[in-house]
Ligand binder design. Structure first.
Ligand code: PMP
Length: 324
């Protein structure tokens, strides 16, 4: 088995990492965290803001407002700052401190919703707050990532063709589902492509997106506590659900080999490797999307006390921890 180390693992043309030596499965990871905003959400944020500008919805005194678990908030903070708009991010307790500070450093306001909604998530409460704000003052412009077609169009225009250019032989693409913008953009594009590609959605147990029962989820990014309006399941070939404990194991396994990714990447990698264990075949070309990197999760996923408080002592065996 060839062991690929960090310096050798990245493809130069675009940032893909080969996970074969870590997980024993041929799986390329498309790393979307290498931009100024640090995540894939820069693509959706750009598309939504520029569409709103073209449509005349944004004017110089507009105040952008959005509900975000963090990454879209950071991306919008950056775009708002660069274009001279004010921005208010409505988020919740799962948004970590460094992300909040990052948004503030970029000049944004951050509002934290305190309690979960009736489904155990925070989304309903976040959206109620945004709606009330927009009703109270018409300077607020809510791009609404959950319903805005610009969210999926960004990935239709960029993410999916980038994968196809780099891997013209791609057979399977694994995409994590949050708002489902990434999933729907990729799934729609690959459905129209010349080659049949299976698009597998990866979601967290406890998310209602694909009809599961709502449950506690502490890792931000993937999963929804209300049905995502952008989702059209007819474009999705398969769905894999991942327990948060497996997400954490995958994150720490990657970290021990020098790859510090965010939680949703752990979910997608865990879902992809378990799918490949059952369905993989020699020569199959598989690509998974890694939405961000791990530095924003140092005080959560990569912190022993946080893990123990939420998941108990035995969530990771001693030799699975990144910090042992
Ligand atoms: N991972 C992370 C870290 C994210 O911030 C998001 C966006 N919520 C996603 C995955 C999911 O992407 P999408 O909203 O396009 O489904």
């Amino acid at each position: 088995m060839t062991v690929i180390s960090v310096p050798q693992a990245f493809n130069e043309e675009q940032l893909f990492v080969d996970l074969e030596s870590i997980f024993g499965q041929s799986l390329f990871l498309k790393c979307e965290g290498f931009n100024f905003a640090g995540s894939i959400k820069l693509k959706a944020a750009t598309e939504m803001v520029e569409t709103a500008e073209r449509e005349g919805i944004l004017t110089p005194d507009s105040i952008l407002v959005e509900s975000s678990s963090g990454n879209l908030g950071v991306a919008l903070s950056m775009i708002a700052a660069s274009k001279g708009y004010r921005f208010l991010c409505v988020t919740d307790a799962r948004c970590n401190l460094s992300t909040r500070l990052l948004m503030k450093a970029l000049g944004s306001q951050v509002h934290i919703i305190s309690g979960p909604d009736a489904h155990g998530g925070y989304l309903g409460a976040r959206l109620d707050f945004v709606r009330a704000l927009c009703a109270s003052d018409d300077r607020y412009v809510w791009l609404s990532q959950y319903t805005n077609p610009g969210n999926w169009r960004a990935h239709y225009r960029t993410t999916a063709p980038e994968i196809a250019r780099q891997f013209p032989e791609v057979d399977v693409v694994f995409v994590g589902a949050g708002t489902t913008g990434t999933l729907m953009g990729c799934a729609r594009w690959f459905r129209e492509w010349s080659r049949p590609v299976k698009v597998v959605a990866v979601d967290s147990v406890g998310s209602v997106t694909f009809g599961g029962a709502p449950g506690r989820r502490m890792i931000p990014g993937l999963g929804m506590s209300v049905h995502p309006p952008l989702l059209d399941e007819s474009f999705v070939d398969e769905v894999v659900l991942v327990e948060e404990a497996d997400t954490i194991r995958a994150c720490h396994r990657l970290a021990r080999r020098g790859f510090l990714f965010g939680g949703s990447t752990g979910t997608v990698v865990s879902g992809a490797t378990s799918w490949l264990e059952k369905n993989g075949a020699p020569g199959l070309t598989s690509v998974a999307i890694a939405p961000d990197l791990g530095e924003r999760y140092l005080d959560t996923i990569y912190q022993s006390n946080w893990l123990q408080d939420l998941y108990g002592e035995d969530v990771l065996e001693p030799d699975e921890r990144a910090d042992t």
